[in-house]
Design a binder for this molecule. Structure first.
Ligand code: TYD
Length: 231
């Protein structure tokens, strides 16, 4: 595991808006992230929150252009260029949407992928190192992290078998081989070790219902504490 200084780790904090909160969902292809995210949205809406779901990269008109240039690229992108593109999309989304929305009490912003994707994909799989990724994010607004990150963990084998079932065309990252996926899993594990209070690892090998239940359990206590802050 890389040695990351406490000073660098301490740069990262959740946005301080009372009564609102920020969530992210993470996982490799086939983890069930999108379906679970949809369910989490409904769960929080039933509790009275206004919920917005945003995706990374993208979510703003500038970010959507970056998304296309990355995911539809026919030629390999330099890893550092790739990391900067994701950071650019993220900084724009934070300024234009996330922070504005969170300033309304009772709001939840859910990010479909965030910082930990960059740690796993660019830091580990593209070999830039976690330190480089965290250094890129240490200034405002990129130093803002979710109150809770739900990492749905599955094995490489499960990812393969679920992708086969889906049989949809693969994008820039999805067409990478097994070694790339193994590194992604290691990258997520490293992120979970570095940020144990923020990242909650959910066993994604369980049934859909069991995963859903584990997520709702974690959301329940967070939602309660944020609603109390809003009183
Ligand atoms: P998307 O179609 O949104 O993937 P998924 O449905 O798996 O979430 O494409 C986003 C791709 O970009 C995905 O393969 C992960 C990758 N990615 C990075 O490499 N770094 C990042 O920082 C982010 C946010 C995504």
């Amino acid at each position: 595991m890389s040695e990351i200084s406490k000073e660098l780790l301490d740069c990262f904090r959740p946005p301080a808006f009372p009564g609102s909160f920020f969530l992210s969902f993470e996982g490799i292809e086939g983890a069930g992230k999108s379906t679970q995210l949809k369910h989490a949205k409904e769960f929080l809406e039933e509790k009275g929150f206004r919920v917005l779901v945003l995706r990374e990269p993208g979510g703003t008109s500038f970010g959507e252009k970056l998304r296309k240039s990355i995911l539809e690229s026919k030629e390999p992108i330099n890893p550092l260029a790739e990391a900067h593109l994701f950071c650019s999309s993220r900084a724009q989304l934070l300024q234009e949407v996330t922070l504005k929305e969170l300033s309304t009490p009772g709001t939840v912003v859910i990010l479909d992928r965030y910082l930990d994707s960059t740690i796993a994909y660019q830091g580990k799989a593209r070999n830039l190192g976690t330190q480089t990724i965290l250094e890129l994010h240490k200034h405002f607004p990129l130093n803002l992290v979710p109150h809770l990150t739900l990492y749905i963990k599955i094995s490489l084998e499960t990812s393969h078998s679920r992708q086969k079932l889906r049989n949809i065309p693969k994008d820039y990252f999805e067409s990478q081989g097994d070694d790339f996926y193994k590194l992604l899993i290691e990258g997520y594990e490293e992120a979970a070790r570095l940020f144990p209070d923020r990242i909650s690892t959910i066993d994604g090998e369980q049934s859909f219902e069991a995963v859903q239940e584990a997520i709702c359990e974690r959301l329940e206590s967070l939602a309660q504490s944020r609603q109390e802050a809003n009183k």
